[in-house]
Design a protein around this ligand. Structure first.
Ligand SMILES: Nc1ncnc2c1ncn2[C@@H]1O[C@H](COP(=O)(O)OP(=O)(O)OP(=O)(O)O)[C@@H](O)[C@H]1O
Length: 476
């Protein structure tokens, strides 16, 4: 079966979608726990290849295959880029066709697993490693890969809608890949459709969605990229709100209050009047991050622009001077190899530390041991080795709320005070993946647009069709 050239869309059916059983794989260990299921490291029994198996949650599915999974599979099947996780196949473990009363059951009830290439880390887990510091060349290297993968999505009209550290997977070759397309949306068909604004984890959600816009485009992902960029430089999340009003307030405190001057049309967004600040608030980004490299600050300013129609797009961000200036981004292959680290493990480590501290405290004050909250609650849910996840899972809908576990706390990155450490200077960038500054990247990387046009045109921001930062036509 022909598979499209890297950087172009897969338009052919791929083999093995649902034709093999999960028994073809041997589970090694759990590496992730998300809203929609568990993720395992596993080995393909026939080839020995190590893969990641994402088990989809089927508890709420009565009538068949979950719609979110259909979306994720459809989108991932099409995308074919080195900075996007590869969906290798879908496997099933069929459940009984009838229940005890003889009533026919959803035949997928036994389980559906997405089989992905295995990645050693996610950005969240990696940054949570004790003593971890990212150098500036490393940050630039990750940022370029993130932007390149996202640009590929956007030219094919795919909005990711959940960019955050735990969805950026990294392997020991230094490659970064965008993962978790469970909330992604292909906007190719009707670019003026109303879309849900209950997407993107709260800390990374842009102001237009928080204010209730339902027409939006790729600029929503670019806001999240800006949050990640600032977090990498600053050493901790920059907008750790606990609910929508607080989230908006944190954004306004740093980026200023939106009004018709800096964001034409903002007053027509549904929740603007409800949430508009009552006191004047100035943009303070330059002040707060004055210790950043001026070029980094310039790029950050363009990503964290309130008005989505003026926010920088992925294509323009890739050629931003900061990402090409000294110290140059390092070659992914030159990055150190770390022992595998996923957010799930980081969370476990943090929980174990807390338990140890608690036990030590109790011993010191000679208090009787307490029953762990998790033990009590998991007994009612699912006993077994995965108990930890159950009580640590955030309340329903967390996906649209704060990141999970220890990652939600401050100081996830053990960076220096000022955000920069300046190490790694002069590592250079020798892989040849990215073009020299100012030049177009090879088409093999970014390829051509859906209509064959070059994806490397003159810099421009997103056109704005709707009053709320809508994508308009041809936002690729
Ligand atoms: N291909 C992979 N290789 C290695 N680890 C992976 C892979 N895919 C996912 N993971 C791990 O599992 C975690 C959860 O995966 P994923 O985000 O796809 O699930 P989800 O249910 O959609 O999660 P969430 O609710 O956080 O959005 C990731 O953060 C990552 O640590």
């Amino acid at each position: 079966m022909a598979v499209a050239v890297e950087g172009q869309l897969n338009t052919h059916e791929l083999p093995s979608y649902g034709s093999r059983s999960v028994d073809c794989f041997e589970k090694i260990e759990q590496i992730g726990e998300g809203t929609y299921g568990q993720v395992y490291m596993a080995r393909d029994k026939s080839t020995g290849e190590i893969v990641a198996l994402k088990k989809l949650r089927m508890e709420n599915e009565r009538g068949g295959f979950p719609i979110t999974a259909i979306r994720e599979i459809k989108i991932l099947k099409k995308l074919n880029h080195e900075n996007i996780i590869k969906l290798k196949e879908v496997v099933i473990s069929p459940g009984p066709e009838k229940d005890e009363q003889g009533t026919p059951r959803n035949k997928y009830r036994g389980g559906i697993y997405l089989v992905f290439e295995y990645m050693d880390h996610d950005l969240m887990g990696l940054s949570n490693r004790p003593g971890m510091r990212f150098s500036i060349p490393q940050i630039k290297c990750y940022m370029k890969q993130l932007l390149t993968g996202l640009h590929y999505c956007h030219i094919y009209h795919v909005l990711h809608r959940d960019i955050k550290g735990s969805n950026l997977l990294i392997d020991n070759e230094g490659n970064l890949k965008l993962a978790d397309f469970g909330l992604a949306r292909s906007a190719a068909k009707d670019q003026n459709a109303n879309l849900t604004n209950h997407v993107i984890t709260l800390w990374y959600r842009p102001p237009e969605l928080l204010l209730g816009a339902t027409k939006y485009g790729p600029a929503v992902d670019m806001w999240s990229v800006g949050c990640i960029f600032a977090e990498l430089l600053h050493g901790k999340p920059i907008f750790p709100g606990k609910d929508v009003p607080e989230q908006l307030n944190k954004i306004f405190e740093l980026c200023g209050a939106p009004d018709e001057t800096n964001w034409p049309g903002v007053s027509k967004i549904p929740l603007y009047n409800k949430f508009k600040p009552i006191r004047p608030m100035k943009r303070r980004l330059k002040d707060v991050f004055r210790h950043f490299d001026p070029l980094a600050l310039e790029l950050l300013e363009s990503m964290l622009t309130l008005d989505p129609s003026q926010r920088i797009c992925a294509r323009d961000a890739i050629v931003a001077e900061y990402l090409w200036a000294d110290p140059k981004p390092c070659d992914p292959k030159s990055l150190p190899k770390y022992e595998s680290s996923h957010e799930f493990r980081a969370k476990k480590r943090c929980q174990q530390r807390r338990q140890q501290e608690e036990a030590a405290k109790r011993q010191r004050f000679q208090l009787p041991p307490i029953q762990q909250a998790g033990q009590a609650r998991t007994a009612q849910t699912r006993p077994g080795p995965n108990r930890f996840m159950h009580w640590s899972r955030p309340p329903v809908g967390h996906r649209h709320g704060m990141p999970r576990g220890p990652s939600s706390g401050p100081n996830r990155y053990t960076s220096n005070q000022g955000g920069y450490d300046g190490s790694g200077v002069g590592l250079g960038y020798g892989s040849g993946v990215y073009p020299p500054q100012g030049q177009a990247p090879p088409h093999g990387l970014l390829g051509r647009g859906p209509h064959g046009q070059s994806r490397w045109g003159p810099p421009s921001n997103y056109p704005q069709a709707g009053p709320h930062g809508g994508p308009g036509t041809g936002w690729s």
